[in-house]
Write a protein that binds this ligand. Sequence first.
Ligand code: NAD
Ligand code: DAU
Length: 331
Amino acid sequence: MRMLITGGAGFIGANFVHQAVREHPDVRVTVLDALTYAGDRSSLAPVADAITFVEGSVADAALVDRLVGESDAVVHFAAESHNDNSLNDPSPFVETNLVGTYTLLEAVRKHGVRYHHISTDEVYGDLALDDPAKFTPETPYNPSSPYSSTKAGSDLLVRAWVRSFGVQATISNCSNNYGPYQHIEKFIPRQITNLIDGVRPKLYGAGLNVRDWIHVEDHNSAVWAILDRGRIGETYLIGADGETNNLQVVQTLLEVFGRDADDFDHVNDRPGHDMRYAIDASRLRDELGWSPGFTDFRTGLEATVDWYRGHEAWWRPAKAAVEAKYAQTGQ
Ligand code: NAD
Ligand code: DAU
């Protein structure tokens, strides 16, 4: 099996490539990644000898056509992924998330290659704090940000290419991931690296927004289950019942670092900030027999803290620039 993995130098993609090399020795991996600010080749250093790495964009039609033509399956992680960045400049989000996905779809259509599309629960918009509902595959799309709207658009392209052209595709919409190799612009690694530096964590607004946290290894094991046993044309929601508000996350981290529970700052809120995400993953659990390995959030968080403590050389070069950017918006 020859597998093309886009965005393999990013957070989830790199963890997926590691899992592929570790647990699926029959798979020959090629990574296509543009090495944007979010891509880091050193995240693939432990598996560098076992894979082929190609630097380039998913929106480069000639390159994508060649690589897809040499593959049996494509798993598409590459994206502009950060909501805050999409509020400052939406244009790369349109190019990578929409044009890039279109480019891949045209290539898998031409070459008859199996395609799995990695997407997000944010396509469904948000839920109220007092609403017992969770997102299901039937929840109407209602994205809030430039990021989530381009992801929603990319999902709709996939659905149309399945129905109109018979492309052999599946889609997964996952909730918030945490774990090793996550860029420090994101909430959890930003606060961990702040705490390592003796800086107070930064909470947007009141900090009551809820995210449904899942360990990246569990997201990726679900993707393998879909690749193995998923129904073509189907959408699978991935989540591990990890609803936690941002304040609780910060206070757990403060406890892990032995700091006082009120040792954090409230900073400017995100415009249009989604209130709550929650996933009903019963299709994945019932049809494909998937279940998460990380069931205790605190244990997963402690392991993640240890990883950032042990890999300062990986994140340190980006820290000052990330904080300078947040300072511009008072965050
Ligand atoms: P990330 O920002 O850490 O990594 C994105 C990767 O894509 C980087 O390596 C970057 O260099 C690469 N890339 C960007 N533009 C490219 C282009 N034009 N061509 C080729 N490569 C390009 O993102 P992530 O958090 O690992 O997210 C991966 C995927 O998972 C995305 O599709 C995202 O929407 C989805 N997702 C993320 C989460 C989460 O919590 N992080 C949750 C659900 C779904
Ligand atoms: O739900 C899946 C999505 O999760 C993915 O599609 C996105 O790619 C991924 O970035 C993530 O989006 P969020 O916007 O939820 O993640 P982020 O880490 O940016 O923020 C998580 C929450 O923490 C959110 O409510 C905003 C808040 N936050 C964030 C930062 C960076 C803070 O309170 N302080 C911060 O410093």
